[in-house]
Ligand binder design. Structure first.
Ligand SMILES: Nc1ncnc2c1ncn2[C@@H]1O[C@H](COP(=O)(O)OP(=O)(O)OP(=O)(O)O)[C@@H](O)[C@H]1O
Length: 307
């Protein structure tokens, strides 16, 4: 549904995107991850026709988005990172207006918007002037505007920013629903933890290039025998961790470490004993997460670049 093939985009000497290829199929949510400046927004801008690739191709619903961006854009819903200026309107009116401009039938647009406001628990705000809404609610309204009419491709740039944790969950469900009804969803996010549970596949960009891509479980496969130990020391106590524990971070009484699966049993016994004798308050041993894999991957690239 969305196919990006060997796209390169330079700004002067900066290669914002270099040979980027990815595919988002109908029914899939694909997360685009990467540090600040990795090239995510540049890629999104080219998909929606705001920027033009120097080379490579992009097709949206089978249409050439480089040669005919205006045509391709009609098949694409976009929620940009910047907020949408809709002051003077209410969310319900703004969504209706955008839906009608985009060719939706009035009753359909209204019906879809009302159901979506309900599912996102936003009904209380739908008839309030938007300049009186909080930043998080405005962000949700921007999402509702983007998907006011159904499109084969949906591109979302940081849709969960500023949204409270409860509505963020509702929003992830809503995004999944969009894919389940047939859309190909490309989603830019910095929230690796949330993405792990909400996306089908991930593409990691670094320095404009695709560093890796795959399902969350493929990306964490290399860390299967690595577990994560997190513990909180008791006030004034700093117990030395046992052998086999690789400390990643230790400050303010919180320790984050990596433990090999083979050592997990003796680390667990040590932690239990330390808890019994009052050295630590709480501890948890968990499987390594996508965030661990992401940090490891990007750190390896940074080390390589530093020589
Ligand atoms: N219009 C522009 N002119 C010059 N350089 C640009 C322009 N747009 C982006 N860049 C540069 O291209 C690189 C990629 O930027 P981009 O905004 O795509 O990154 P990003 O991954 O979206 O970052 P963030 O997570 O901070 O939004 C950066 O080095 C940025 O400074």
């Amino acid at each position: 549904m969305l196919a990006v093939h060997e796209v390169t985009k330079r700004y002067g000497t900066i290669a914002a995107n270099e040979d980027v290829s990815l595919v988002v199929r109908s029914g899939e949510v694909v997360g685009l991850l990467g540090h600040n400046g990795a090239g995510k927004t540049t890629l999104v801008n080219q998909v929606v026709g705001i920027a033009r690739p120097d080379s490579g191709s992009i097709t949206v619903d089978g249409l050439d988005a480089v040669a005919r961006p205006e045509q391709a854009r009609r098949h694409c819903a976009v929620q940009a990172q910047a907020s949408v200026p809709i002051d003077g309107l209410t969310p319900a009116l703004a969504v209706e207006l955008v839906g009608r401009i985009r060719g939706g039938n009035k009753a359909d647009v209204r019906g879809r918007a009302a159901a979506r406001f309900e599912r996102l628990d936003m009904t209380a705000w739908k008839d309030r002037p938007t300049d009186k809404l909080s930043g998080g609610v405005k962000r949700l309204v921007a999402y509702c505007l983007a998907v006011a009419v159904p499109t084969p491709v949906v591109v979302l740039d940081e849709p969960t920013n500023d949204v409270d944790p409860v509505r963020r969950r509702l929003l992830w469900q809503e995004i999944r629903r969009e894919a389940d009804s047939g859309a190909a969803v490309l989603l830019v996010t910095h929230n690796v933890h949330e993405a792990e549970h909400a996306v089908d596949r991930l593409v990691v960009l670094e320095g404009g290039r695709v560093l890796t891509q795959g399902t969350p479980s493929q990306l964490t496969a290399g860390l299967r025998d690595r577990l994560r130990l997190e513990l909180r020391s008791s006030p004034g106590r700093r117990p030395a961790p046992p052998p086999g524990v690789e400390v990643n971070d230790a400050r303010d009484g919180l320790l984050n470490a990596t433990v090999s699966a083979d050592d997990a049993e003796h680390v667990m016994s040590w932690a239990r004993a330390a808890q019994r004798n009052g050295e630590i308050e709480t501890f948890a041993i968990q499987p390594a997460s996508l965030e661990d894999a992401y940090v490891q991957l990007t750190a390896a690239v940074a080390e390589e670049a530093a020589g």
